[in-house]
Ligand binder design. Sequence first.
Ligand code: NAD
Length: 504
Amino acid sequence: MIGTGYVGLVSGACFADAAHCCVVCVDSNAQKIDALKRGEMPIFEPGLADLVRRNVQEGRLSFSTDLAAAVRDAQIVFIAVGTPSRRGDGHADLSYVFRAAEAIGKSLRSPGFTLIVNKSTVPVGTARRVRELVQRNCAPGASFEVVSNPEFLRQGTAVQDFMYPERVVIGMWENRFQRQHECTAFSSAPLHLHERRFVADTEPGFDTRKNAQTLMTQLYTPIARISGAPVLFTNVEEAELVKYAANAFLAMKLEFANEIADLCEVAGADISVVTHAIGLDARIGPDYLQAGPGFGGSCLPKDTRALARIAQELWRPCRLVETVIEGNEARKRRIAQRIALAVVGNSADMNHVYGRCIGVLGLTFKAHTDDTRDSPAVFIVRELVELGAKVRAYDPQANHREVHQILGDDVELVCSAQEAARGADVLAVLTEWPEIRQACDALGPEGLGSLMRHRVIFDARNLWRPEDWLHSGFTYHSIGRPTIYADTAASFADASVHTTQRLR
Ligand SMILES: NC(=O)c1ccc[n+]([C@@H]2O[C@H](COP(=O)([O-])OP(=O)(O)OC[C@H]3O[C@@H](n4cnc5c(N)ncnc54)[C@H](O)[C@@H]3O)[C@@H](O)[C@H]2O)c1
């Protein structure tokens, strides 16, 4: 497994556990590998530490920085390195993938067959380039095949998602002519691994492709059997596109919910009622309809940007995706502005944010992860700091060193929700951690209020119901729902009008 990050480590540990194969997780980051060898987890992911420990103890999982040795001994080599946004243009930065492909090519055993599987999220055409790079760098007798196997796990539930996927997609090389004339439509019925023929058995390449299909089938059979997930064999282009299309669709749902939430605020409606009602429609579904501060993380923002760029380059622009990206960027700025307005109150003068104290609860891009990459919370904190606010932030899992690298000395990182609330003019909830809600509930409005300079909450994750704050002495702002004012007479009836006027 080349790349031992969120995807590589989870996939490696899960394959070792479910398929009972020996997995070597390789990473170029020696610190990460040393930590894993000492039994320390470099990332926070529920259930992962136990899984890793068990498989290490049983001799199926090990860690190394020596890519060449790991590849030489492997039947299957996964590429699970990062594909971040390329600075400036939004394209996926494929330099890590290509460097890994070159190194794999140089290390392939010869003679012998090796299957190379790309798990990183990559633009259409990447598998082809990986194949060329491996070919250019491998020894003459080496035999290999490249397939595409995008990963759909979500941070925070990664182990569960990997063991119980909703589908497994495997992209194989095929002869297009063959497909049109000989391949039958494939079945997505659970447990039926599709017998799609990619190359006629008389064509060159038949053996390696057949080997690839057999190995992937063997590897995924235990997971498909336990989870009942369909295993879909597609061509490589389809597999590469499925991943981007899925993430763009999820991003679109979130952005849609956010737009409707804005509408709810001025129309006097409650977004949670509206999304609950539309989510009951099986054609829509309830997931990814939570209104909030904008989507973030290491996947949705970069993958929507990459899809938009791919589509532009292929002269088939995806306008919808472009609009989603713009909408999300604007949303994060708007939420920062709304928090600033909550600080300055009726004056509505942003200069008055200078020197005021904002307590921030949550920095990761969502709960149950330590990841702050492309986190809306971090973006919003940076905007508030630029307006001159003093920010004191708490997160149950965010890595303080990493956050400090991104935000510098401008933000004070503290170890509890109480400390973040101390002396705050506004307390802003930016990540939906249950721990945050529990800490605030344990204090109660009186306890919380006694810590703060002003009793104002901005709940960008709708952790509470607005009515929970009625008569509490707090002004409670949330997303797509009526604001509760400390002066309760103004609450509900005037809430929507109030919000609109203040934002104009
Ligand atoms: N994080 C997710 O939730 C998720 C979900 C699905 C798909 N993906 C995709 O999976 C890929 C990996 O994502 P991630 O979040 O695991 O990234 P990550 O940054 O957590 O891990 C990538 C790892 O690869 C290592 N690496 C880079 N080049 C290397 C090389 N040549 N040899 C050895 N190690 C190397 C890095 O040191 C790093 O530890 C990306 O393409 C991402 O889009 C991520």
